[in-house]
Design a binder for this molecule. Structure first.
Ligand SMILES: [Zn+2]
Length: 375
């Protein structure tokens, strides 16, 4: 999910990383504070002071997001769930879980911990802001405190929107899960409600736009569209994780795949295998020993007049990490391998020998079947 991760530090056993996109966000926050927010609220302080306030405000914001995510992570640990680490990315942060919570109670407390932390931070900075004036603290400090109080309130409220993948979405799911005791039903209903909320946000943006509020309207539409996408994706991921939990490649492989002998000519391969079976990839064997795989695109790279005398064995991609997977590997690993390599079929290997083939189609068919049963 996070390709450009930079690890910052380790605290209480959790490693904290930032996604490269966060550097841009940090800059945008500093800039909008220094050029917009602070000059508007506290005029006549001078440019360099605004930039300093912007920088301190942004760093404070950054620390508050880390505290928010730590609250999730600590609550998760309290319920025995392992957390991979904390990553800050473009729309805030995420505590990456290794597994899903096993009870509605665990999910509820884990999800609610983050917004609670943000709410408490907002109240804390709000109280300081109230007293700072009477204590005679300098205006820039008062400004930063006011900003941190407001931004944490916003963070708490945004995360309580009942739409996946926000904390509110998870809180909603845990409540539904608790009511009926059925996580599949709860996930489905919560994700439908999420999509409705996202659509409502897009509509709000649209009405703002029509009403002449261009920037505000575009922001609502952008956030709504982001939520809509994320809600959809996180539902599919939840579904997939639940469906394939504890299952290995062996459970889904075809144990008797069609293989091609390495001494077959390309012409014979095209005529008798490709046009006959319509598979995109075939295992290549030499005297029952697995050599590798051959795909349509491998054949297409060879001029047609060479097909009668070129042999499949000379063209085969050698057995490797890209085109194979071990029989005992979790299904999730096969799916992420397929999505990375773009291959829809993988060779299944056990102790150096070919034991089957696993296809994306079979996995998707199983998911579709499961969805139909549970609908
Ligand atoms: Zn959160």
């Amino acid at each position: 999910m996070f390709k450009n991760k930079i690890t910052l530090f380790k605290l209480l056993g959790f490693s904290v990383s930032i996604d490269a996109s966060w550097v841009i966000i940090l800059f945008l926050v500093v800039w909008s504070l220094a050029r917009g927010v602070f000059p508007d609220y506290y005029p006549d302080l001078g440019d360099s002071l605004y930039w300093l306030m912007g920088l301190l405000g942004a760093v404070g914001f950054f620390i508050c997001i880390i505290i928010h995510e730590f609250s999730h992570a600590l609550a998760a640990r309290r319920f025995g769930l392992e957390i991979r680490g904390i990553t800050l990315f473009i729309f805030g942060g995420v505590a990456e879980m290794k597994e899903e919570p096993s009870t509605p109670k665990a999910e509820f407390f884990m999800a609610v911990a983050g917004p609670m932390a943000s709410l408490l931070l907002s109240l804390f900075f709000g109280a300081l802001y109230q007293f700072a004036g009477s204590l005679g603290w300098p205006t820039p400090a008062v400004g930063i405190l006011g900003y941190l109080s407001a931004i944490n309130m916003l963070l708490a409220l945004f995360n309580m929107v009942p739409a996946f993948p926000t904390d509110g979405g998870r809180i909603l799911r845990s409540a539904l899960w608790w009511i009926k005791g059925d996580i599949n039903w709860a996930t489905r209903l919560a994700s439908r409600i999420s999509l409705l909320f996202a659509m409502a946000i897009v509509f709000i943006g649209f009405f703002n736009l029509v009403g002449g509020n261009l920037i505000g309207g575009l922001w609502w539409i952008l956030i709504g569209a982001f939520l809509f996408n994320a809600a959809n994706a996180s539902y599919q991921q939840l579904l997939m994780e639940r469906s394939f939990r504890g299952k290995t490649v062996r459970d889904f492989m075809n144990p008797d795949p069609v293989t091609v002998a390495s001494h077959t000519t390309l012409q014979a391969f095209v005529d008798h295998y490709l046009y006959h079976y319509h598979y995109k990839m075939f295992p290549v064997v030499e005297e029952s020993r697995i050599l590798g795989s051959i795909t349509i695109s491998d054949v297409k790279a060879v001029p047609r007049d060479e097909w009668p005398h070129r042999l499949v064995g000379t063209l085969a991609q050698p057995l490797g990490q890209d085109n194979s997977i071990s029989a005992g590997a979790p299904v999730k690993e096969a799916i992420s391998k397929m999505s990375e390599s773009g291959l829809s079929r993988l060779l299944v290997i056990e102790q150096g020998a070919l034991t089957g083939i696993v296809t994306l189609k079979d996995l998707l068919d199983f998911l579709a079947l499961k969805m139909e049963f549970e609908a």
